[in-house]
Design a protein around this ligand. Structure first.
Ligand code: ATP
Ligand code: NMN
Length: 178
């Protein structure tokens, strides 16, 4: 049994993520998705809760034809000390053999801890990024819907994602206000 770790915030999941998971599953038996920044929500960079992101990602993967029995999603809160975060990831996840990431900092942390690090292939990165989805939601541009699976778009609408991003941008939901 070969397991690959795939960390990310998935704020929100888009077609690039679904493509990446499908590519990773060509190389490993199971993919462990470490859902990072799990404690953040209702913020401009992190509008959705970890639970909402797990819901969206599962629906998006299912829609993309991924066998969910080969996917484990584990939410992991951030911590100030990066090496403690690494220990936290290891203790919250089943053992994994290789890590897939496009984030050079995450790659460095795991490489220095002795893990094999691979870069999953990118799917039209300029088009498919969560930052772009959030920017379009903020602008009220409906073309964000083309970047995510239909099932994810339905959930974002149900959660009033555009309103959430706009309110976060106004600063009303920032932690210092509370
Ligand atoms: N278009 C894409 N194709 C393949 N992999 C992608 C794509 N976009 C992001 N990824 C990868 O998915 C993982 C999780 O990324 P993340 O959740 O930060 O998405 P993102 O689109 O980069 O988000 P943000 O724009 O908010 O930083 C990272 O390893 C990243 O490299
Ligand atoms: N010290 C920490 O808590 C720490 C360090 C590195 C990455 N992370 C998290 O791991 C995830 C990495 O995802 P990205 O590759 O999408 O940036 C993010 O949620 C990031 O915040 C956390």
């Amino acid at each position: 049994m070969v397991r690959g770790l795939f960390p990310g915030r998935f704020q929100p999941p888009h077609w690039g993520h679904i493509y990446a998971v499908k590519e990773i599953l060509k190389e490993v038996d199971e993919v462990i998705i470490a859902m990072g920044s799990a404690q953040f929500n209702y913020l401009l960079k992190d509008p959705f809760t970890a639970g909402e992101r797990i819901w969206m990602l599962r629906e998006g993967l299912r829609e993309g034809g991924v066998d969910l029995s080969r996917v484990v999603i584990i939410p992991i809160p951030n911590v100030e000390n990066n090496l403690e975060w690494l220990g936290r990831v290891k203790s919250y996840t089943p053992p994994f053999d290789v890590i897939y990431t496009g984030n050079p900092f995450v790659a460095l942390l795991f490489r220095e801890a002795g893990y094999e690090v691979r870069q999953q292939p990118m799917f039209q990165r300029e088009r498919y990024s969560s930052t772009r989805v959030r920017e379009l939601l903020l602008r009220g541009d409906p073309s964000w819907e083309e970047l995510v699976p239909k099932s994810v778009a339905e959930i974002i609408k149900k959660l009033r994602g555009a309103e959430r991003v706009k309110t976060a941008a106004s600063g009303e939901a920032e932690p210092h206000k509370w």
